[in-house]
Ligand binder design. Sequence first.
Ligand code: C2E
Ligand code: MG
Ligand code: MG
Length: 384
Amino acid sequence: MLRQVAERFREISEGKVSLARFGGDEFAALGRFTSDQAAADFADELVTTARRPFRIGSRDFAIGATVGYTRRQNASDSVDDLMRKADIALYRAKESGRGRAIAFEQQMEREVRERRLLEADLREAFEFQKLSIEFQPIVEARSGKVASSEVLVRWDHPTRGEIPPDVFIPIAEHAGLILPLGDWVLERACSVAATVPELNSVAVNLSPVQFLEPNLVDNIASILERTGFPAERLVLEITESVFLKDVGSATDKLQQLRDLGIKISLDDFGTGYSSLSYLRQHRFDKIKIDKSFVAEIGERSDGLAIISAVIALAHNLGLEVTAEGVERQFQVDALRTLGCDMMQGYYFGRPDPNPMQITNISKEDWEERSPSTAPRNPNLRSVS
Ligand code: C2E
Ligand code: MG
Ligand code: MG
């Protein structure tokens, strides 16, 4: 394979660019280009030529290449400087989807530095137990009662204030911190929730990196054992990206987790590939409609149409539906009318460090609302 790749690179480099293999599957190219465009064209050519399948024996392999590159702008730039910049651009290219070429830009260096600082701070915060968790209520559409809760991790940075998990979870994933961090969240959530019987169930988010870890199931089983939290009260929220990175074990893992009694919820439905085949292939218990669709209720006519279609589909597959990001009364009414089972959002309550605080929210005029069309016991529906 390496020889074939090198051969293709050589064909397009011949006479103008020197090539090297750095080790593993990394190559480097060094050449003189008369313009940014010429350099970009060459980088794109590398990507294009690696995109065609490679034949080894009687099999075809699709591998692809990702390129980061830079041009020498300052006479003082050493080869090391150039390599470092190309590497930063490569990192960016990989992050933004692979199979493409991206040029180094000055601001990338600042971002990398920024990210490293944050990563160091995160390590420290984790080590000194400065992270915390909060619970947000999930309310049953029919009764308006709190039926479950979602656990959300929090980081209050000493100088920068609250850093959202959307920012620091990817950093933790990249820094190899997500496994201990994820375990900590799960253990903390289970041990707190074990003391609050009023909280029927607790949903914990699982990063795809955690999900792909070979020991996942044993690990979770031992956390449940240590904390004495019943598996039946635990929900794990995963996103579709799990299946994109999957090497074939996702189906088994989901089954093993469900065998333990844990429920599986598909988070942020509608934002990824929203592949219907995932819904059919894998046994989930619930899906969560992403808040971006809920935000469109009353704003875009197709917002409601999508939600209504997703609810119908989920119910036909025997899945319970939660709508995320419910902030307004008219969204509550629309979602109840459409038969949504559960709702979560600021309308009912913000995430709170004290789980007792969220078990008792009640909206007095609940009964006077437009009636809910949610089926009475969504768990009893079976797939036909
Ligand atoms: P998510 O799992 O979809 O969590 C829901 C997010 O929506 C939370 O954001 C929550 O605070 C926010 N939210 C709840 N109600 C409303 C509302 O009415 N309006 C709006 N605009 N937002 C609302 P948060 O806490 O910032 O978390 C963001 C994401 O970070 C989560 O999205 C989840 O993917 C990830 N995350 C949070 N905690 C963990 C964790 O412990 N482990 C992992 N792997 N990921 C986590
Ligand atoms: Mg979630
Ligand atoms: Mg979500």
